[in-house]
Design a protein around this ligand. Sequence first.
Ligand SMILES: NC(=O)c1ccc[n+]([C@@H]2O[C@H](COP(=O)([O-])OP(=O)(O)OC[C@H]3O[C@@H](n4cnc5c(N)ncnc54)[C@H](O)[C@@H]3O)[C@@H](O)[C@H]2O)c1
Ligand SMILES: [Fe+2]
Length: 462
Amino acid sequence: MISHFYMPTRVVAGQGSLATIGTLARDLAMSRVLVVSDPVISQQPFHAEALAALEAAEIATARFDDCGIDARCSHIDTEGARVRREGIDGVVCIGGGSVMCTGKGIAIVATNRKPMAECTGVGRFDKRALPMIMVPTTAGSGSEVSQWTIVKDEERHLKLLGGGPLSFPDAAILDPVTLRSLPMRVAALPAVDALTHAVEAYFSAIGSPITDALAIAAVRLQYGSLRASINSDDERAREDNLVASCMANIACGNARLGHGHALSLPLEGHLDLPHPYGVGVLLPHVTAFNLAVLPHKVKPLAEALEVETAGLSRPEMIEACAEAIRSLYRDIGFPLGLHRRAAAGGARARDGAARCAGPLRRHRRSRLRPGHRQRPHRDRLPFGPQDDGRAGRGHLPALPRLRPRRHLNAFSGGTTPWTSRSCITTTCPRSARRSVSPSGSRGWPGARWRRRSGRHDRTLCR
Ligand SMILES: NC(=O)c1ccc[n+]([C@@H]2O[C@H](COP(=O)([O-])OP(=O)(O)OC[C@H]3O[C@@H](n4cnc5c(N)ncnc54)[C@H](O)[C@@H]3O)[C@@H](O)[C@H]2O)c1
Ligand SMILES: [Fe+2]
């Protein structure tokens, strides 16, 4: 089988690496950059440190600090026009996946001179995006090494994916100092998503020895560091966690994803779940399911998950892998299952949203204090933060009757042999009805796959 591997982004990792941002910008011939961030991150000391390093390298800076949860087409279009108007020649993103996807969109729109909505899909623009430097502040999305930007089109209520080889970031700086201010229960969500990226890339039928090596190393590194990274102030563990999430995205960027992401999509839509919730809860099941038909992958994965394999039969090893993931979830406060109340719908679901309100408000308040770190919580995670800071405004819709359909999809291009290139997904009969998610970002009553340009793009509607 012919396999392709492509990853042109320069990765600079380690404690203190943020100080190299000025030199990197000079190497990329940047003279005036747009620094993209959000209202929380722009108050953190490491943000000021990055600006100072750029200034020391005589790089002029303009700022956009208003990113929200998820990249928005409106922000991207406005800032893209500003970049052209002001002769800005580079984009520096300091933030989580939402910030990095916004910055990537701005870099695409600035050179291609068309709205972001027209750049979505695979390779729908033909000019190289502006040079980009990414500084991730969550260990999760891996957007810093990804050609894709995931954007929200607020007008059409769509969440769209855009990109191609012309929009790979030029450099990524992985400095653990950026994770210091990340509240612990917020840190768990992207971390579990990243673990899912690595495990699913490892199961992919279109993976290669290169992606397998990256994926298994990412699982090992992340599994070994996640507890300490989230539950303590271990800087080394945070660094490992950042590097692991980056490796996981490089692996799945080339090998694609599998059942967890494919099956999570309708779940996210029907239950208004934040994405890491859906994929994370599915991961132990998907792992056991896939390992049953990938016998040669059982032992390496078990070892990466720190399972003592001596004397275990293969089925026992598979069960031990699933249990290792569950035990990690228990330790970092990630839920093992979906809330029954949420599935029940109606008033009880509103109860569920209300139960999230307290922790959510506390998180909102605490994250506005620079440098604040919450104590670890071992109970259920709240739904993710909202754009406007209000909690409990959404309610979880009653579950509609699901209509399973076989579908080709972009994520499960490579899965287990017998389900290769296919998966079961569902379409919500109420997909036209709009609802607001407690997360503010994942609230689609329905999820659809649409065919475009002969390919299936991920197109979600709400
Ligand atoms: N391009 C890709 O390949 C790719 C892959 C996965 C996800 N994504 C996208 O990434 C987004 C999710 O990104 P995410 O999980 O990194 O979360 P995020 O960027 O949405 O951030 C979540 C919250 O954490 C806060 N935060 C982030 N870093 C912080 C820090 N160091 N200190 C304090 N607060 C901090 C932010 O202000 C925000 O409120 C989604 O929009 C998703 O679609 C993109
Ligand atoms: Fe994911």
